[in-house]
Write a protein that binds this ligand. Structure first.
Ligand SMILES: [Zn+2]
Length: 235
C-alpha cells in the first residue's frame, strides 16, 4: 500500500501514466479530510463502514473495461443511495478489481478523471465516498488483493482500524461476496450487474452462506438504513 492521492494534490496534469512496474500493489484514491481522519481515530471502533464494488453496483457495466470518464454512467438511484447512507452515518469506500490498469489499457490519469466525474455527481446528490481502493493486477499476476481474495478488504480494515465483522460489503458478483466473506465482512449481493445469478432463492452454492440479496444499491441502502434505525430504537 505505497500509493495514495490526496484530493488537494490530485491535479490531472500532474498524474503521469504508470508503467507496469510502477503500479503499486494496491492503488488508493483517498478523499478523506484530515479532520475526518482525526475524528475516525477516536471513533473508529464504532465507525459505520460500507465497502461497495464499482462496476455493476454503482455504475453501468460495459463490455470490456470502463476506460474513460464518458464511459462511466451511474446506475439509477445508486448515487442517491450512497448519499442516503452517508446521511444515516455510514462511511462509504469503494473496493474494485481494475485489471485494465495493470494491463495498460488505461492509466492513472484516466482513472483520476473517472473518479472525478463520480465525485462531482455524488457531491451533487449530497453524498461522498471516503476512498477508492483498486486492485490493478491481472488475473494471472497472483496478487492477494484481487477479489475473490480478501486482501483489498483487509487493507481497508487495517487502514480504518475497524473490525471487519461489522462491515457490510456489497457487490454484484460471486467474487465480491466471496471476498467479503473471506475478509469476515457481511456479504451482500445486488442484482444490478451483468453477472447476477439467474437463481437467487436459494443462491448458487458458490455464494457464501448468509449472503443477502437486494435488487440494487438503492434497495441495499434502504435495508441497511431501516435496520440501523430499528436497532437504535431497540438496542
Ligand atoms: Zn491485486
Amino acid at each position: 500500500m505505497a500509493f495514495a492521492h490526496d484530493r488537494r494534490r490530485m491535479k490531472p496534469a500532474g498524474l503521469t501514466p504508470l508503467s507496469q512496474e510502477a503500479i503499486p500493489s494496491c492503488v488508493i484514491h483517498h478523499f478523506a479530510t484530515a479532520r475526518a481522519a482525526s475524528r475516525r481515530r477516536i471513533d473508529n471502533v464504532r465507525m459505520k463502514l460500507v465497502i461497495v464494488d464499482r462496476d455493476g453496483t454503482i455504475n453501468v457495466e460495459r463490455d470490456g473495461y470502463i476506460q474513460t470518464a464518458d464511459e462511466w454512467q451511474p446506475l439509477p438511484g445508486a448515487l442517491d443511495a450512497i448519499a442516503r447512507l452517508n446521511h444515516a452515518g455510514w462511511h462509504v469506500v469503494i473496493a474494485a478489481n481494475m485489471p485494465g490498469l495493470g494491463r495498460g489499457l488505461f492509466d492513472m490519469a484516466a482513472l483520476g478523471a473517472i473518479q472525478a466525474k463520480m465525485n462531482k455527481q455524488l457531491a451533487a446528490a449530497g453524498g461522498r465516498v471516503e476512498a477508492v481502493f483498486y486492485c490493478p493486477h491481472a488475473t494471472d499476476e497472483g496478487c492477494s488483493c484481487r477479489k475473490p481474495l480478501p486482501g483489498l478488504l483487509q487493507q481497508i480494515g487495517e487502514r480504518y482500524k475497524v473490525d471487519l465483522k461489522q462491515v457490510h460489503a456489497v457487490g454484484d458478483s460471486e467474487r465480491d461476496a466471496q471476498a467479503a466473506a473471506a475478509a469476515g465482512c457481511i456479504p451482500h449481493l445486488v442484482l444490478s450487474g451483468k453477472s447476477a445469478p439467474t437463481q437467487t432463492n436459494p443462491l448458487p452454492s458458490a455464494f457464501p452462506p448468509g449472503t443477502r440479496v437486494h435488487a440494487d444499491l438503492a434497495a441495499f441502502a434502504s435495508a441497511l438504513i431501516g435496520e440501523s434505525a430499528a436497532g437504535s430504537k431497540n438496542p
